[in-house]
Design a protein around this ligand. Structure first.
Ligand SMILES: [Zn+2]
Length: 341
């Protein structure tokens, strides 16, 4: 059964919740559940050129956008077009500078353009003043390019953690109505353990509001972990991702996917030529090795889930949350954390 085609009913996929043998006649003849609108999951792309990110790291300069980036974006657009999906493109300022026509084309196709920061700096490496400048300069560049307001932000490396959760106030202050930076489980470099994994509005210490749309997590092998894109899409079996998505859909919970252009690449990623010394060559080799593991199947996986389940841009998810009563959890969390100056 195709979950996407099941349209607006809550009828479960075959074999998941069908009446069990041995049920009584009365339980079988109970009225069907009320019809509900099928949940629309979130589809997002972090639009950055992996070679530029490594070039910035090894040479202090991103250089030109690579031809591989252009091919990978064409691949993503073809999959979105073939499956009739509109997505959110979290774009970094460097790409907006060097590919303004592409941004206008993506917006004209009906995709949402949102911000991924100007130079792909993690929040924990910035003061509030530096973050404000980074957010404002990228927002201005994107808005000037597509002549539309930019309302969504995703921090590079999902770098809104408990020790940088103050950033949500700065993000809201800069005019963003939603953020999608939090992974609600603690990992080595990112994540906020115990954070509500579903989208919700929050009241911030300043009195401002923001909708948070966390990246999705799942329970696998007795452990809660991120499952919704990047390396997890490269390494987890397709059947596992589909099973998790089916569970989210059955529970009417939003699943938020993230991908990068290089995740969709048909070519293996190469970075050795960007390094200028043996240590960076070694680091680049390890990054390339990790980035290439399981890459070949990601395009098939993304296409398959977009064909089966309903996905849309994150601004639509945020808009649904804007009228809800905001939670105050973050007010306490923000005041508990020492705010950098
Ligand atoms: Zn990124």
């Amino acid at each position: 059964m195709n979950e996407r085609d099941s349209g607006t009913t809550t009828e479960p996929p075959r074999g998941e919740h069908s009446p069990k043998i041995g049920m009584t006649a009365s339980s079988v003849s109970e009225p069907p559940p009320a019809r509900q609108v099928q949940v629309v999951h979130g589809m997002s792309i972090d639009v950055e050129d992996h070679r530029q990110i490594l070039s910035s790291r090894f040479r202090g300069d991103p250089g030109e956008v690579s031809a591989q980036f252009d091919r990978d974006m064409d691949e993503i657009l073809a999959i979105l077009d073939a499956t009739g999906t509109k997505a959110t493109f979290f774009v970094i300022g460097t790409i907006a500078e060097q590919r303004p026509d592409c941004l206008r084309r993506w917006a004209d196709l009906g995709h949402e353009i949102a911000s991924h920061g100007y130079a792909h700096k993690p929040i924990w490496a910035m003061t509030p003043t530096e973050l404000r400048e980074e957010l404002q300069s990228c927002k201005r560049r994107l808005e000037d390019t597509i002549s539309e307001p930019i309302t969504g932000f995703r921090a590079p490396i999902f770098s809104v953690r408990w020790d940088s959760v103050w950033a949500l106030d700065t993000i809201s202050e800069c005019g963003f109505t939603y953020d999608s930076s939090i992974v609600p489980v603690r990992m080595r470099r990112y994540g906020v353990a115990g954070f509500d994994p579903q989208p919700a509005p929050y009241l911030l210490p300043s009195g401002r509001r923001i909708v948070e749309i966390p990246l999705s997590i799942g329970r696998l092998w007795g452990r809660t972990m991120p499952v919704a894109g990047g390396g997890y899409f490269r390494l987890l079996p397709q059947v596992t991702i589909r099973r998790i998505l089916r569970r989210f859909t059955m529970r009417q919970e939003v699943f938020v996917v993230y991908c990068h252009p290089y995740d969709m690449s048909a070519q293996p990623f190469q970075s050795a030529d960007l390094a200028e010394n043996w240590l960076d060559r070694l680091k680049g080799g390890l990054i390339s090795f990790k980035s290439n593991l399981g890459r070949a199947k990601v395009r098939r996986l993304v296409r398959s889930i977009l064909e089966t389940f309903r996905f849309g841009p994150l601004k639509d998810i945020a808009e649904k949350q804007e009228t809800h009563e905001p939670k105050r959890l973050l007010a306490k969390a923000c005041s508990d954390v020492r705010r950098p100056v």
